[in-house]
Ligand binder design. Structure first.
Ligand SMILES: [Zn+2]
Length: 433
């Protein structure tokens, strides 16, 4: 007998009336109209069944700390960094773990079951590292949490000096942090930025680890660290294991230079993560009008064969007072900022919070296919574009075939004479011609 059989589901690739059979935590069959005895049989009623959402870029050490020790009055990146600096001396293990665990509850409710989070490794006590390693262990049954050793103050520029910061970063990796991070545009000079990319990529190559760097998160059209990251990836044979996060400077770069750069990024097999909610609010702040959007060139990168994901980056922290772990909200903003309104581009926006980040994180067994983990989200939507439009309700969230979260369908009851008794904001209920 099957553990779980979901019937009459629509899959993100458009196949409808599909059944998904689950045994021992894995998907054992995907076929139309399957009938078989199961401990639990669910009628999806034609709704969209997706693999879970994935966030390729987050900061879990800062999440839900908004207002501590004070709010970011200007809402700028630099004041956010200053507020975070003021909060750091007051951080405790318990508070860090408590906030991160609360966020992970939100994530599960939103069908977000894999998160790559950067963790600040500039504090030699590694308080946040220990806290997030504990969180990683505790949420392992329901969330894949990947940690990135992130030297927020710059591995070369940080106040303790390059040697100390590099040693601290290595100790974080020794403790079990998965990925090597960096912030080359924050180093003192372009040359130091390039040197940090070289040192950190060499460290990752030495240890067989992945790399994910905050790269060119500025409006400076001359910021060139993504070029260094592509070069070092190529030189060290790290293709497919390196991610460039943000790349907002590419928004402002000269078109001719970008025509050289995107093929270099593709050649190096770099993954790219844009963070639309944060990029649209933090970039272009020195502009009067017109104001630049500041998100990297997502459609052009995709057309160039680069794997692009959208990340949440922040939720209620010193940099961003909003957010709820909803990757459909992230995709919704990415779609708008990138003007990705064609049918194909809307589908890509959904992929940017599902299959694309799965590749960037190197997740095994991800997808709605035979042999994959039975990790699935049933959405109150007919297709990926509608899921984005409605930031659709996560009706059911499964991990390894077990139900983790459930939500009632989003419906408004109407009290108007001559009109329907309710609406769920669905397109199919609207008369055509
Ligand atoms: Zn970030």
């Amino acid at each position: 007998m099957l553990d779980l059989l979901i019937q009459n589901a629509t899959l993100p690739d458009g196949r409808s009336s599909m059944s998904v059979a689950v045994q021992d935590g894995r998907i054992v069959e995907v076929a139309p109209g399957l009938q078989a005895p199961a401990h639990d049989t669910v009628d999806a009623e034609g709704q969209l069944l997706s693999p879970p959402f994935i966030d390729a870029h987050f900061h879990m050490d800062a999440t839900l700390s908004y207002g501590l020790p004070r709010v970011n009055a200007s809402g700028t990146l630099l004041e956010g960094i200053a507020v975070w600096g003021e909060l750091k001396p007051h951080l405790t293990h318990e508070a860090l773990v408590g906030r991160a665990m609360a966020y992970c509850d939100w994530a599960v409710g939103k069908g977000l079951l894999a998160i790559r989070t950067h963790v600040d490794v500039c504090d030699p006590r590694l308080l946040a590292v220990d806290a997030l390693l504990e969180v990683k262990r505790r949420v392992a049954p329901y969330i894949d949490l990947q940690l990135v050793a992130f030297p927020q103050d710059g591995v070369l520029r940080g106040p303790l000096g390059a040697d100390q910061h590099l040693q601290t970063l290595k100790r974080a990796l020794d403790k079990g942090v998965d990925v090597v991070g960096g912030i080359p545009h924050f180093e003192r000079t372009m040359a130091d930025g390039a040197l940090s990319v070289k040192l950190l990529c060499e460290l990752a190559a030495e240890r067989g680890l992945r790399v994910d760097m905050h790269c060119d998160e500025s409006d400076d059209p001359h910021s060139r660290h993504i070029e260094s990251l592509a070069y070092e990836t190529q030189r060290l044979g790290l293709q497919g294991r390196v991610t460039g996060s943000h790349l907002t400077s590419m928004h402002s770069m000269d078109n001719y230079y970008v025509s050289k750069l995107i093929p270099l990024i593709a050649e190096a097999g770099l993954h790219v993560v844009a963070n639309p909610l944060i990029n649209i609010t933090l970039q272009g702040r020195h502009d009067s009008y017109p104001k630049r959007r500041g998100m990297t060139r997502v459609p052009e990168l995709l057309a160039g064969g680069v794997n692009v994901s959208f990340g949440q980056d922040c939720t209620m922290d010193p940099w961003y007072s909003l957010g709820s772990g909803d990757m459909l909200e992230v995709a919704h903003m990415g779609l708008h900022v990138g003007q990705m309104t064609s049918q194909a581009a809307m589908a890509q926006c959904f992929e940017a919070v599902t299959t694309h980040p799965a590749q960037a994180l190197g997740l095994e067994g991800y997808g709605i296919a035979v042999g994959c983990h039975a990790d699935m989200v049933l959405l109150q939507a007919s297709d990926p574009a509608e899921a984005i439009r409605l930031r659709a309700t996560r009706l059911r969230v499964y991990r390894r075939g077990k139900l983790l979260a459930q939500a009632p369908a989003n419906t408004s009851t109407l009290h108007m004479q001559g009109r329907p008794a309710s609406t769920a904001f669905r397109h199919e209920s609207i008369p055509r011609f």
